[in-house]
Design a protein around this ligand. Sequence first.
Ligand SMILES: [Zn+2]
Ligand SMILES: [Zn+2]
Length: 850
Amino acid sequence: MDHSDAYEPGPLEGKWLKVWEKEKIYSLKSSQKNTKYYMLEMFPYPSGEPHMGHARNYTIGDVIARVIARKGYNVLHPIGFDAFGLPAENAAIKSGIHPYESTMANIGKMKKALKRMAMTYDFEDEEITCNPDYYKWTQWLFLLLYKMGLAEKKEAGVNWCDSCQTVLANEQVVDGKCERCDSAVRRRVLSQWFFKITDYAQRLLDDMELIKDGWPERVLTIQQNWIGRSEGARVDFKLVDDNEEVIIPVFTTRPDTLFGVTFFILASEHPMVGKIVTEEGFKKEVEKIRAVIAKQTDIERGSAEIEKIGCFTGRYVINPLSGEKVPVWIANYVLAEYGTGAIMAVPAHDSRDFDFAKKYGIPIRQVISPDGSSGPDLTEAFTEEGIMINSGEFSGLASVKGKKDITAYLEEKKIGKSDINYKLKDWLISRQRYWGAPIPIVYCEKCGMLPVAESDLPVLLPYDVDFKPTGLSPLAYSEEFVNTKCPKCSGPAKRETDTMDTFVCSSWYFLRYCSPHLETGAFDRELVKYWMPVDQYIGGIEHATMHLIYSRFFIKALYDAGLIDFKEPFTKYYPHGVVTLGGQKMSKSKGNIVSPSEVYNRYGADTLRLYILFVGPADSPIDWNDSGVDGSSRFLKRFWRLVLDNLKFINASGFKNPAGSKNAAGSENSLISQFNSGALSSFEKELYRKLHQTIKKVSSDILQRFNFNTAISSIMELVNLMHKYNEENSKGARNPLLVFETTKKLLMLLSPIAPFITEELWNRMGNTGSIHRSTWPDYDVAIAAEEVVTVIFQVNGKLRDKAELAKGMETGKLEGLALSSDKIQKFIDGRVILKKIVVPDKLVNIVIKE
Ligand SMILES: [Zn+2]
Ligand SMILES: [Zn+2]
């Protein structure tokens, strides 16, 4: 043997990387028309070297993709880069390096690392969203939505980050702070582009039925809460006004509390406030309070803790049910964007209204009570269901019934109707930043706002732009970019200077992967029909509300446009857990990072992959642990020695590897017949049974349960048993065929997890071709089954019952089973048990006093 017997992962892995690159081992596409499988991990934002979370995400996806492909599927396993976005631009402002240059450099680093970790991607099909051949189609999709009436420009209160100098989607504001830079977010009213995702709110809920078997329930719950459907009623309140009829509608989930309305609130920014506050005395106070509220963010205003402030406007509305005159206030805790921007306040039955009423001395009138009696004054809002009181003809009704009856009454009198409200807001997609896809819209003085002609796409993002954040879109300063011709009248026109949110780019990239080089369209409809939907999607649960909702929305819109024939993009979604260090999320700013390269440079990529999968369940957080990495490395060394020792024995025994010969399947069959004919010793039978059980367990753990850690444990158990077999038979004869088969299958089972070491040993074994092209091993159901024995149950030595049980059951369990048998109990019948005799796998004898 001219090989080194020492396990040196560095050179070994380097050698196979070259071979695999040459033999295109990374693409899992099959030339045969086999069943398709679209395996996808969320594509990375190229921030430089991948971090450990990336390594975890991609290793999980890689192992599944490899096993699926070896089970005969045609596997699409693409990679790309979500390359636009704020971080590159913010970094560029500090460093002076153009975002395009830094992004491309980062992509280079990331790809190098992904290849080094042996990720099976179709790198030739990669998509980079900041390249014009990609964003051309992002712009095309914008135009499609525009034509469908799903993209619109409107004035809206938006979340504004002063530090990033841009608007943020609601989903990008975390605890009132900018998700990107942690600065406080404030509210501004701006003209912005929105996608009307709210048109799809109900379908986003209803279609969860189509994916509920493949998505974790907790993710669907997060989406449900985000969409926030509530059923209730719209109720029309009429403004007390001598001159004209002004109706102010409200949405309420509790129409049963209408008799408890003691005041009415308009959001302070509600357009009606300016009109209805007419008396000078009130104007001043209202303006003062409005100015204070304007400084508060929507998130602050929506939180339960904020101090409630407001003032009376001097005006009244009429409660349509009771006919009462109700004072109109403005208050900070009512938002213009929620519902109608106005509420009926019922302090007795709403906690926030209760706090407000207490503070300002507004009456509190109880109209629901637990038992129908009116008790003492409330010390807090009673928000449960109960019996209606003080509610005119509706008094005495259960509140649940009251909701229906009152709603019916409102409808009959045409002063309201049953209604549904959603918390989901339209998706704000325009950004006043440079590093994004330009929005393909032009403004002509004569013709107004017009979409760019499809034939003029892409609207190229100019390279030379001063992209320092000023609050205005950087593109607005580029004369060359801004000035264009009107697509209709050819007169002078100006381009839209906002760019699109990067989440637009990532809402459809999985379609582009199906035909990545197509020049005539965003995607090839036939190929999309073949590959989509994605069979398995993997990525962090932090994307539950943004990316995963936006992508679902895009697919529904494309379905409505008649371009695709499926309604959901991801049949199954699996959120992997995060990687922490010392309990803290790894992050550059905290300086607590272990990079994948540190690990693979020192131990090899096999150790990194093995550790990441072995350290814990794939959907749980894992805390990085250096000694765990050492442990994984030690296992591989032990594995290496075991296999080399086996190979030495096999060679010495004169046994020939039947690989490639006609006899290839013969060795397996003759081993099965040895097993069945009793030609194997009992230890050999155990080892062979364990092998089949391990194949069964590893296959189902990986493919059905994503339990990589238990799959690896069972491989380790098999390795241990093999060691024991070798030790116990070191002098005597080992069965070369059994050693050969077990070694071969062990390599196959470990190969998707540790691709390098297994390829090397596979090669040394004399097998032809790559182990990664070999068919995934099957197991024999009968051999993998636990061995069953018949155990007889006696009372005083007489056979009374028997049972078919798994071999090797322990004494205590056998006793318990015997005693719980009805037939045995009949003979014991309360008499004293003198002793219990157990012969494992054979009998239990209960000795009683006669
Ligand atoms: Zn920011
Ligand atoms: Zn024009």
